[in-house]
Design a protein around this ligand. Structure first.
Ligand code: HC1
Ligand code: SF4
Length: 574
């Protein structure tokens, strides 16, 4: 422990703390902008400057280690004036269209400007030319809003292990962009959107589909069906000021009905369906000498990562489409038939915590007879905006249920949204199939949690040894694949999710500001909401979903059967 003085108060903190962390612990708020805990600790923006006794110049507190007897002041005239000056310079070169910005009222630069009492910008010079790249299906990059903080650069490089974005050009013309200034559409970007979540301003955002969806809803000839991913219910409330990890399943269903969707369904239904298909695929591969390890295929960021960086593992991917794509395919076949609706007039909208799903839904592989399974994807953030546009008072809504029958789901489905959840859901079904019993012990703690980037276990089920691994974040996926390639590990089944924490912290989820992230592990809080929902469900195993049984009886036949292959499976090629 080290003792130092901050603003006249003695503070005792661990010796590996920075001054910023020490101040935070003492309840003293130092402003930051480029700082992002564990991801971007570079002292680049100079907003967190403090005065240190004995030092000639002001110091960036986010990179300044504490030391015994240190005397720090955070609120002197010199600090206030310098920091104000720093932010004024950033603003002078910033496209200040705040009122019409996607991030209006949710922008760290805007908040800082208000907190520092900046009312006019003394410097009026030339501005950096601002290019907008909106060519990809998933991500829009607006250089005129970029403040060069580097948060996106480091999340992509260090957390995802990819490095699409970097500083290009020099001096005044410095930009953050993919190498050689290519569009995000042409870069080997996986569209995970972690750069968007890390961005403190409006320089990176999703390509919005809001207007297309309003058009579909307003068109009386179109039957518009919405489905929501497991993880959305754990985060949507944050868009309306609720605490991180508040579960809003019932309010969400109610708000979707009020938005005017003809049917309100849950991707969870299709997650249960995925487990039946994928579970049987796994058993098939194990029993018939198929390609192992089998690797999950529901995270489209991970699929793109595999295609670009580990194509030798493409045959290891489960052939299952991701749940929301399966749902789309079932709606445009079974549901259309049953309700006598022309599938061409059905418009399927998925609400997802993910920006990569926008690109996934547009892939050629995700069509049946030339029709897209899913017509448009909204992020959780975009759904929040639509609810506000419709002037629905979200917080006042009473809980409602999803529509029958594709709104029916089990606890196994809802945990898909957290890292380890797909694995646990699959094990609950595979174990019952192998033992022929209705097992009571269904919580697989070894695959839960975010402490480890890679989780492993060896299970003994009905005399079979099954070796599994779970990786979240593509940098961790790379580590697992390298071990498999080197022959150091030999698994039967691997779950990979493109984002650290799984879908709950996907690139389409509400942004949480850097200050809050110093105290809260968002991955943990949102996952809790899903595990809680699991425990209160009547059925907690996918094969016990009565509507899934009905779907097989009336339409699909059996898991991995002919119809399933036509509608629910695909294959990725080099
Ligand atoms: Fe996911 Fe999935 S869990 S991919 O992580 O398999 O996005 O939430 O919807 O499709 O069900 C995301 C979440 C989601 C699919 C399911
Ligand atoms: Fe990197 Fe993901 Fe952003 Fe692409 S979407 S630039 S892979 S963080």
């Amino acid at each position: 422990k080290v003792t130092l003085t901050i603003n006249g108060n003695q503070v005792q903190v661990p010796s590996n703390y920075t001054v910023l962390e020490a101040a935070k612990e003492a309840g003293i708020d130092i402003p930051t902008l480029c700082y992002l805990k564990d991801i971007n600790e570079v002292g680049a923006c100079r907003v967190c400057l403090v005065e240190v006794e004995g030092a000639r110049s002001l110091q960036a507190s986010c990179v300044l280690p504490v030391s015994e007897g240190m005397v720090v002041r955070t609120n002197t005239k010199k600090v206030r004036e310098t920091v104000k000056n720093v932010v004024e310079l950033i603003l002078a070169n910033h496209n200040r269209e705040c009122l019409t910005c996607f991030r209006n009222k949710n922008c760290e630069l805007q908040t800082l400007t208000e907190e520092l009492g900046i009312e006019d910008i003394p410097y009026q010079g030339e501005k950096r030319p601002g290019t907008v790249d909106d060519k990809s299906h998933s991500i829009v990059r607006d250089a005129s809003k970029c403040i060069l903080c580097g948060r996106c650069v480091n999340v992509c490089k260090n957390v995802q292990g990819i490095g699409i974005l970097d500083f290009t050009n020099r001096g005044f013309y410095t930009e953050v962009a993919p190498a050689f200034d290519v569009s995000m559409a042409d870069a080997p970007c996986i569209y995970c959107g972690q750069c968007i979540v890390a961005c403190p301003v409006g320089a990176l955002r999703e390509k919005t589909d809001i207007e297309r969806i309003w058009d579909a809803i307003d068109n009386p000839d179109v039957h518009v069906i919405v489905q929501t991913a497991p993880a959305v219910r754990a985060a949507l409330g944050e868009e309306f000021g609720l605490p991180i990890g508040t579960r809003v399943t019932g309010k969400m269903a109610a708000s979707l009905r009020r938005l005017g969707f003809d049917k309100v369904y849950d991707t969870n239904f299709a997650a249960d369906l995925t487990i039946l298909e994928e579970g049987h695929e796994l058993l098939n591969r194990i029993q018939n000498g198929g390609k192992l390890p089998m690797i999950t295929s529901c995270s489209p960021g991970w699929i793109r990562y595999c295609e670009f960086y580990y194509p030798e593992f493409l045959d290891n991917l489960s052939t299952c489409k991701s749940p929301h794509q399966m749902m789309g395919a079932v709606l445009k076949s079974y549901y259309a038939e049953k309700n006598n609706i022309d599938p061409k007039k059905i418009f399927v909208v998925s609400v997802m915590p993910c920006t990569s799903k926008k690109t996934e839904s547009a892939r050629e592989e995700m069509k049946v007879n030339g029709l897209r399974d899913v017509d448009a994807v909204l992020t959780t953030r975009e759904l929040g905006k639509m609810i506000k546009q419709a002037r629905i008072n979200f917080l006042e809504l009473s809980d409602e249920k999803f529509d029958e029958i594709f709104g029916e789901y089990t606890g196994a489905a809802v945990i898909f949204g957290a890292t380890g959840g797909v694995m646990e859901a699959a094990l609950r079904t595979v174990a019952d199939v192998l033992t022929g019993e209705d097992l009571e012990n269904i919580e697989y703690q070894a695959v839960r949690g975010v402490e480890e980037g890679i989780k492993e276990a060896e299970l003994e089920i009905a005399g079979n040894k099954i070796r599994i691994a779970v990786a979240h974040g593509t940098a961790n996926a790379a580590k697992v694949l390298d071990m498999v390639k080197a022959g150091e590990k030999d698994y039967h089944f691997i779950e990979v999710m493109g984002c650290s924490g799984g879908c709950v912290t996907g690139g389409g989820q509400p942004q949480v500001n850097a200050k809050t992230l110093m105290d809260v592990d968002v991955r943990v809080e949102r996952a809790k909401a899903l595990y809680e929902e699991d425990t209160i469900m009547e059925e907690r195993k996918s094969h016990k979903n009565p509507m899934i049984k009905k779907l097989y009886d009336e339409f699909l036949g059996e898991p991995n059967g002919h119809k399933s292959h036509e509608l629910l499976h695909t294959h990725y090629h080099k």
